[in-house]
Design a binder for this molecule. Structure first.
Ligand code: ADP
Ligand code: MG
Length: 682
């Protein structure tokens, strides 16, 4: 945009010092901020507010039928039909004389347009004309701005109108002509005016469409430019190793890789061998076998003479991963260590030393791995499991531990494509979309709490077959104490119920990691048949003999989390079951339970979850790293997002983009958002 638009807002007539300060409170500092301060909704004033209508005046109103019509006859031909209508915030009565046939046409909640005489005292309209459809909109649609302090909506309208009069002509175009024409997009100047003062809904839709594309294009350009420069500038190391030794390891595995595993392994190996630094996201549903893919990558890095790190979000998971890696590599002579906050004292010192002098080949740990005291001799590969639980900054810190190590992010929360290409837009993505052979789909049922007895009988049937079961108690985020108490209560109840028959274990976040490890070991050795747990057991835990999961208060969990939890069963070849104990109050809650019983496909679930929760909540608010868009909505506008992404990739990789005048404003955007330094542009 033109520089004049970057002037402070007090350049606008009528905005004095005090108003300017108030506007600053709303994050409006420049003229550009002001004219891009779009309304959050519109009021359709083609109809008048009933409060302003005089007694016995003739009006047209639009409203929703709010009660079943009541028909009264008086005399043979004379009748009166009355029903309630909700008009804006007013509930009024409509009366219709001698037209009994309307009774069957008037449907509850339908929108009707009524013209008639207004009785102000009785809040009643006497119907002259009744149309079973909304009002046709001819008049102006008025913008409603979100406001703060002393600023009023009317004030905002006035400031913006003046700003547009004074500076409207200075608004430059930043989308190249090429795309404006290709997608028939409005000019920025026009679109801005329409966003504030649309005449029709259609016009508004077109203006919105333009900004959706603009926002996505600029965002994706940033991501793609970032990706290109990362690749070209940070010279990663090109790992050299013997393919034969690597395939010996793969052959030593207790099972053949699935086709999908095979494919992602080659994608990763190719990255490791290339001189570019790997920055890859590996998505695969729970149980799809990501651990072994990680092991193969770590072995490749070991063969090339580098150390590898595997970082996971919880101690239990770190312990489990360490155990599985030790097992997988038992004949290959690697030094594998575990570093978590519970590794202390002498042992810790020793591991730190071994990391520094290069004796440790693979280190597995929690975020303890990114503390300052941890130094590597030659870190070549960093893998993080369940990456979305680590914030962007934590991911960066770990990457900086070595000299541009290759980075692989693994996630079992399948990320909807829309989110993957926004949040992780700068990464390459590999997907394991196939389960190891012989897996049976988990049968999921939704039950009410009052059916507990029957459920426990069902659980016992599985236990008698020699299987094991999890009982999960909900996470109450505000209070870990309550959370634990919940699990303790359920544990007590079940211990009593299964007294002298089955052993019931208890796992929660308040246990020390030694205690946790002990409980987990008892469970995986089948000394404990029933494990009551909070969600600490959520990610990655692997006990294939467990075939039954009961989730208490399942309505408290999001779909992705339920799917994660459910993924703890169904890991062996036996049929597994998941029972959701839930009495959801809301429609969304019920919908979640239904979806869970209908599909086992994590990608389907994640798309649904995104729809139900919205992108902000998908990863949890704090670490979301979600970009914020003014107009665009990632869920609903995802088609535009994909289009913009492809355009951005094409642009960034074309020669013209870097020299043609028509792309100047886009290049400037990259400079001003810090992706490019000024000197890169001529
Ligand atoms: P996740 O992707 O959830 O991390 P895991 O790596 O824990 O899944 O694998 C789940 C289970 O599947 C493990 O017991 C693992 O040994 C097994 N597994 C992995 N790959 C295969 C395969 N190709 N064939 C058979 N079983 C496999
Ligand atoms: Mg895993």
């Amino acid at each position: 945009m033109n520089n004049e638009l970057l002037l402070p807002i007090d350049h606008i007539k009528g905005i004095g010092e005090e108003t300017a300060l108030q506007l600053n409170e709303m994050n409006v500092f420049t003229i550009e901020d002001l004219i891009l301060y779009f309304p959050y909704r519109f009021e359709d004033y083609s109809m008048r507010d009933l409060a302003d209508v005089k007694h016995e005046e003739k009006i047209t109103i639009e409203g929703k039928v709010h009660s079943e019509p009541v028909l009264t006859y008086y005399g043979r031909k004379r009748s009166r039909l009355t029903f309630r209508v909700l008009v804006g915030r007013y509930l009024i009565t409509a009366t219709c004389f001698n037209r009994p046939y309307y009774k069957n046409k008037i449907t509850l909640h339908d929108t009707v347009t009524i013209t008639g005489k207004w009785d102000q005292h009785r809040q009643t309209i006497t119907v002259n004309e009744l149309v079973f459809a909304p009002i046709t909109k001819k008049d102006r649609i008025e913008p409603i701005y979100s406001i703060k302090g002393k600023i009023t909506v009317k004030g905002m309208r006035r400031f913006i109108t003046i700003a547009l009069q004074q500076y409207g002509d200075k608004i430059g175009e930043n989308i190249p002509e090429l795309f404006l024409r290709k997608y028939k997009l409005l000019q920025k100047k026009d679109a801005i005016r329409i966003m504030h003062h649309p005449i029709t809904q259609e016009e508004l839709k077109q203006a919105r469409r333009r900004f959706v594309y603009e926002e996505f294009l600029l965002f994706q350009l940033k991501m793609q430019a970032f990706r290109k420069f990362e690749r070209e500038q940070t010279k990663g190391s090109s790992l050299q190793f013997s393919g034969e030794e690597l395939s010996n390891f793969i052959k030593s595995l207790p099972f053949p890789l699935t086709n999908a595993q095979d494919r992602v392994v080659s994608e990763i190996i190719k990255d490791l061998q290339s001189p570019y630094r790997m920055n890859r996201l590996l998505q695969g549903d729970v149980g799809s076998g990501k651990t072994v893919v990680a092991a193969i990558a770590l072995y490749a890095s070991f063969l090339a003479g580098y150390q590898g790190a595997l970082m996971v979000p919880t101690e239990i998971l770190a312990e489990q991963h360490a155990v599985s890696l030790v097992e997988l590599f038992s004949n290959f002579g690697l030094n594998i260590q575990l570093l978590s906050s519970s590794v202390k004292g002498k042992k810790r010192k020793e591991i730190l030393l071994q990391l520094e002098n290069g004796d440790v080949d693979i280190i597995v740990g929690t975020h303890a791995l990114i503390q300052n005291e941890v130094n590597f001799k030659k870190l070549g590969l960093v893998i993080t499991d369940e990456q979305h639980r680590f914030g962007v900054d934590q991911r960066r810190v770990l990457r900086e531990k070595g000299e541009n190590p290759d980075v692989l992010f693994m996630t079992a929360t399948p990320i909807p494509r829309t989110l993957a290409i926004t949040v992780f837009g700068e990464m390459d993505v590999s997907i394991i979309d196939e389960m190891p052979a012989g897996r049976k789909a988990i049968e999921t049922y939704w039950a009410k709490h009052e059916m507990l007895d029957r459920i426990l009988a069902f659980v016992e049937k599985e236990l008698i077959k020699g299987r094991q079961a999890y009982v999960i108690c909900p996470l109450i985020e505000e209070s870990e104490k309550l959370d634990v108490q919940n699990a303790i209560d359920v544990h007590t109840m079940l211990s009593l119920h299964f007294q002298n028959k089955w052993k019931v274990g208890l796992m929660h976040g308040r246990l020390t990691s030694d205690e946790k490890e002990f409980v987990m070991k008892e469970f995986s050795d089948n000394e404990v048949q029933l494990l009551v747990s909070t969600t600490v057991v959520e990610v990655g835990v692997n006990v294939p003999n467990a075939t039954m999961m009961v989730i208490y208060d399942a309505e408290r969990f999001g779909l992705s989390q339920l799917h994660q939890l459910r993924g703890r069963v169904g890991r062996g070849s036996e049929q597994s079951y998941c029972i959701l104990l839930a009495d959801p109050k809301s429609e969304i809650g019920k919908e979640r339970m239904r979806i869970m019983t209908e599909t086992n496909d994590g990608f389907v679930l994640s798309e649904k979850d995104l729809e139900l929760r919205g992108p902000g909540d998908f990863f949890g608010r704090k670490q979301s790293g979600m970009p914020e868009f003014k107009v665009a909505d990632m869920v609903h506008d995802y088609r535009a997002l994909e289009v913009a992404r492809n355009d951005a990739i094409e642009l960034i990789n074309s020669k013209q983009f870097w020299k043609d005048y028509s792309f100047k404003s886009l290049r400037e955007h990259l400079t001003s958002s810090g992706v490019l330094e000024g000197e890169k542009l001529d």
